[in-house]
Design a protein around this ligand. Structure first.
Ligand code: PFF
Length: 469
């Protein structure tokens, strides 16, 4: 059962390096890779976005990922306490913990709308499950419905605050079940079982789509680089997506890092996590677009790409009913391993802050996130005229739901990552930092250069360019 990660502190932690890698990949791989990445790529010029995205992952995401995990591993405590400990041991102001405090808040906000989308996934799993009995195994999905009726399911769901809230609460409850059981007893169990199943399903569906779908057209679409499309806004979208996808800037990886034992090389494992996450985003593009393009449908449409266009495309495919069900189960697995990470961040913070039990803390976090989720579900329709951040040009016209997404990806995450870079690169004692990072030689110098100069400069430039439109 629970294994103290280091020094016999008695604190719960990952039972092995593999458990940590799978849980961290589980946190990184999620709706961001499967829903957000293809949608962002489609609405930001395809290849130009993809190339800049990969650039952001390698040169900004990976160094920040290593910085976050090393803060956590050094601190062996909640995200804020971990930052505070490194700050105090470096003779810097303890108020640096505020950077993790911002992250905890952002993780909570993401958790709220993430579980609403998780709820949609549950709804579609139910829909395709019931459909299997009607359409049969070999037939295409949703046989009894016209194309218009299929495309209308998603807007109808989004207009139905009550149903959305019900599925949202169900998804929050499933997440809560695992978080309440602890790190080694719940969180890593989900990752160890669901991540391998996720990879198997993703590969199977991609191979299926590659044979029946428009694979070559997709390659052209995702990998043709038209640099005239690389505007400030596209760059901000790419960096926001990179952070969202790697779970950075919201204290998530500080929290997961805090459960890692001393024997784990953080640089190597960070590289594995970033590589796996990026591969899944690209494979998700290669999984989804061929099916959509082959059915002659548009790749645009944001979230509708997954929840309206794909179900439509599954209708015309042989075995579409089975593939549709398998697809949404796969998305559900990815979403759950991420929502568990999102709930763990505020839970571990509050447990330490208020000295409360894990179960009680997790129930409180889940209840609050569920309430905010219900508000954002209703904002999609009933409160559609309510734009809390409408006075900022970047968030014009956004309701609670999309404001939570935008404000976290475009503001909290880049700012959080910038503060992490300044803290690790300039404030923290280099001896302490170097004792954790698992790097030496030229690679170590390069990482320090990235964290001290390139990442903060790039983040500032991208934020200025993106925020000024
Ligand atoms: N990385 C997740 C995704 O791509 O869906 C989202 C996420 C999970 C963000 C955990 C932040 C986090 F702490």
């Amino acid at each position: 059962m629970a294994v103290a990660p280091s020094g016999g502190t008695g604190r719960d932690g990952w039972s092995s390096r593999t458990a940590f890698i799978l849980a961290a990949i589980g946190s990184a791989v999620g709706l961001g890779n499967l829903v957000r990445f293809p949608a962002e790529a489609a609405s930001n010029g395809g290849g130009a976005f993809v190339l800049f995205y990969i650039f952001c992952i390698v040169l900004i995401g990976l160094p920040v990922l290593l910085s976050e995990t090393l803060i956590g591993r050094h601190g062996q405590s909640s995200a804020t306490q971990s930052v505070r400990r490194l700050a105090v041991e470096s003779r810097a102001s303890p108020y640096w913990e505020g950077l993790a405090g911002l992250g905890v808040l952002a993780a909570f906000m993401i958790l709220a709308f993430y579980c609403v989308i998780g709820g949609w996934v549950l709804y579609y799993i139910g829909l395709f499950f019931l459909d299997l009995f009607q359409s049969g195994v070999t037939g295409g999905a949703l046989q009894g419905l016209s194309a218009e009726q299929i495309e209308a399911i998603f807007p109808a769901l989004q207009a139905d605050g009550f149903t959305m809230s019900g599925f949202d609460i169900a998804f929050v409850a499933i997440t809560l079940y695992f978080v309440a059981r602890g790190v080694s007893g719940g969180i890593e169990v989900v990752a160890i079982w669901l991540m391998p199943a996720f990879f198997a399903l993703l590969l199977l569906i991609t191979i299926y789509g590659a044979f029946g779908g428009a694979f070559t057209d997709t390659l052209g679409y995702l990998f043709t680089f038209d640099f005239s499309k690389l505007t400030g806004e596209v760059m901000l979208a790419a960096v926001g997506q990179a952070f969202f996808s790697l779970s950075l800037g919201v204290a998530g990886m500080i929290t997961y890092g805090s459960y890692v034992g001393r024997d784990v090389n953080l640089a190597g494992t960070s590289a594995i996590i970033a590589f796996a996450d990026t591969s899944v985003a690209l494979v998700a593009g290669l999984c989804i677009f061929p099916i959509v393009i082959a059915a002659g449908l548009s790749t645009e449409g944001g979230l509708g790409l997954m929840f309206a266009t794909l179900p439509h495309a599954f209708q015309s495919m042989p075995f579409g009913s089975v593939i549709g069900l398998a697809f949404f189960i796969m998305v559900g697995f990815a979403a759950l391993t991420s929502s568990v990470a999102l709930m763990e961040v505020p839970t571990s913070w509050a447990m330490e802050k208020f000295k409360t039990s894990r179960a009680l803390t997790a129930i409180t976090v889940a209840t609050l996130a569920g309430l905010l989720g219900v508000a954002s579900a209703y904002s999609l329709n009933t409160m559609s005229g309510f734009h809390p951040l409408g006075f900022i040009p970047l968030f014009e016209g956004e309701g609670v739901f999309s404001a939570l997404d935008s404000v976290t990806a475009k503001l909290f995450m880049p700012v959080g990552a910038l503060l992490v870079c300044i803290f690790v690169g300039w404030i923290a004692d280099p001896k302490l930092v170097d004792s954790e990072n698992g790097l030496d030689g030229a690679l170590h110098k390069f990482w320090r250069f990235l964290v001290r100069y390139l990442c903060p400069a790039a983040l500032l430039a991208i934020m200025v360019a993106g925020l000024s439109g």
